[in-house]
Design a protein around this ligand. Structure first.
Ligand SMILES: C[S@@+](CC[C@H](N)C(=O)[O-])C[C@H]1O[C@@H](n2cnc3c(N)ncnc32)[C@H](O)[C@@H]1O
Length: 542
């Protein structure tokens, strides 16, 4: 069963309506920081028992702690000094009231916690981990770690380094974690002191099926894995958690992944590679990723436990009926009955009944049933291998067919007029068949010009209307803006709430103005997957 939980007060709801009512209360609920307070007390107790004193803590800092409640009486400059002392970032250009906000008890708790606990406290139940968040994006790893910490308060994590170079990603990360990280290229990270865990969803384009699949030969992004290796060699973290697209397992017959594993083994890590689909851990997204897990002291064995499946209907935001799709396009689509809309792709490609084609919705203007049959027949015929053999060219999907070719499978009086009209209306285009010349697809002008279907999948404002009882396909940086849902009487792109739910980000996560949410969510790692991995990696096995 899907559970909705309030990130502020931790209450859980089984019914979405109740949850939404709770979230829209006039008087917002209060954060339940009982766990944080308990942890804080426990840590203090442990430190005093073991006589551990934080050497970094100056007497001024201790005074400040005593005077926490007097912050309002301090000047802006004094507050900035306190921020510096406490390692709180983000005070530049801020007014006094905003700096006070930064120093509010919640923020204090976190920072004090970071400073108070010294690395591994022995003979206690408290386990402290430092980690670095490489290729941090919008913080999928960090949210996953935070969720693990919330449910296992004896584990305390501190992020000691964040690296990313994308403006939108950093803006979003800083906005949500109230930090002021500047762009940091992993190439520039040198000789970090020891930390416990290295997290990184290294860039996937060189490995993804959408890219050129150059793998480790990719001179730019592919080589970033070697930067990760270098950082591990220098700092020797106990654990490594890396994430990448599932295709990394298969390109070059699996050689790419084997090479990566071997490189980490050579520098002293035991490695386990595990595919995890977000859908198996209770998200409504079919997103398969490979996790490369390393451990210095023992062989890691990661088994991610399965959770109840959920689908689009569990995450859809039925309150949002606003759309920015054109009225004209929507009017054409919405003439189809609901069952012919939901779950359908919108493209002039193969796929039979699971596709809505441009002519099914009179995308370029009304046409007769006879012309629709002509288009559907050309769509299928142009894929047949025999046309390539007849034209003595290499077979490629979608060969343009000449008038004489078409006549062989559909011959009637008025065929030429129908074809002309479909070209005029832009349902068909006229092209020369292509062959491979010097490694490139090249039109062969000595062959008769042919008719081809003009619209691919990218030419429609949306590519798919999601089915309420199915999963959302993998969100990608380029295509997720084209996924749509039918809500009330309209069709719209996925909104921020839905993207968050599909990816397992907390409800309180929010996007700053002006960032490209589809790109950011298309690249993130799902936090609940990270949490699930930590559960098997760090908790003692039963
Ligand atoms: C696949 S995304 C990882 C997203 C992240 N796991 C999240 O949850 O949002 C890869 C990220 O690596 C960043 N990146 C690419 N090259 C980088 C470099 N040389 N140094 C640091 N970050 C880099 C990109 O900007 C992108 O945000």
């Amino acid at each position: 069963m899907v559970k909705y939980s309030c990130e502020t007060c931790q209450k859980t709801f089984t019914q979405k309506g109740h949850f939404e009512k709770h979230m829209s209360r006039k008087r917002p609920c209060k954060k339940d920081n009982t766990i944080e307070v308990l942890v804080e007390q426990k840590v203090k107790e442990v430190l005093s028992k073991t006589n551990i004193v934080d050497k970094n803590e100056s007497s001024t800092n201790q005074d400040m702690k005593l005077n926490q409640m007097d912050y309002t009486k301090k000047t802006r400059e004094e507050l900035i000094a306190i921020c510096k002392e406490k390692g709180i970032k983000g005070y530049s250009n801020k007014k006094k009231k905003d700096i006070l906000e930064l120093l509010s008890p919640i923020n204090n708790t976190i920072v004090e916690k970071k400073k108070d606990i010294l690395s591994p406290v022995n003979n206690t139940n408290i386990k402290k981990f430092t980690y670095i968040d490489l290729f941090a994006g919008i913080g999928g790893f960090r949210y996953g770690i935070n969720a693990f910490q919330s449910s296992h308060p004896q584990y305390i994590f501190e992020c000691v380094k964040t690296a990313d170079i994308k403006k939108d990603a950093l803006k979003t990360y800083n906005y949500n974690f109230k930090e002021d990280n500047k762009a940091c290229d992993v190439h520039t990270i040198k000789n970090l002191p020891y930390f416990d865990i290295l997290c990184g969803g290294f860039p996937c384009q060189p490995f993804s099926s959408a890219g050129k699949q150059q793998g480790l030969d990719d001179k730019g992004r592919g080589n970033l894995i070697y930067e990760v290796l270098r950082i591990c060699k220098e700092s020797k973290p106990e654990y490594i958690i890396l994430e990448n697209v599932s295709n990394i397992e298969t390109i070059n017959n699996g050689e790419v992944l084997k090479t990566i594993v071997k490189e980490f083994q050579t520098i002293g890590y035991h490695i386990d590679c595990i595919p995890v689909n977000s859908a198996q851990i209770g998200l409504a997204q079919d997103r398969k990723r490979i996790f490369i897990i390393g451990c210095k002291s023992k062989q890691p064995k990661v088994i991610v436990s399965k959770k109840n499946p959920v689908t689009i209907k569990d995450i859809i935001d039925l309150t949002d009926e606003t759309t920015n799709l054109s009225e004209n396009f929507l009017r054409k689509l919405l003439v189809l009955p609901t069952e012919q809309l939901i779950g359908k792709s919108i493209k002039d490609k193969r796929g039979g009944d699971s596709n809505i084609h441009s002519w099914d919705i009179d995308f370029h203007g009304k046409i007769s049933e006879r012309k629709k049959i002509l288009l559907s027949t050309i769509l299928l015929e142009r894929r047949k291998k025999k046309w390539a053999a007849e034209k003595k060219i290499k077979w490629m999907d979608g060969i343009p067919l000449s008038f004489m070719d078409i006549k062989t499978f559909l011959d009637y009086e008025g065929l030429q007029e129908d074809l002309d009209d479909l070209v005029d209306k832009k349902y068909l285009s006229m092209e020369y068949p292509k062959d491979i010349v010097d490694g490139k697809r090249t039109p062969i002008e000595k062959l008769p010009i042919g008719y081809n279907i003009s619209k691919g999948k990218l030419s429609f404002p949306i590519s798919k209307i999601l089915h309420p009882s199915q999963l959302c396909p993998t969100l990608t940086a380029t295509d997720s803006s084209k996924l749509a849902v039918l809500v009330g009487k309209t069709i719209r792109q996925l909104n921020e709430k839905e993207l968050k739910r599909l990816c397992g980000f907390p409800e309180q996560f929010s996007l700053p103005h002006g960032v490209n949410k589809y790109d950011l969510f298309g690249n993130m790692v799902c936090p609940p997957v990270v949490t699930a991995i930590l559960e098997t990696l760090l908790l003692p096995s039963v």
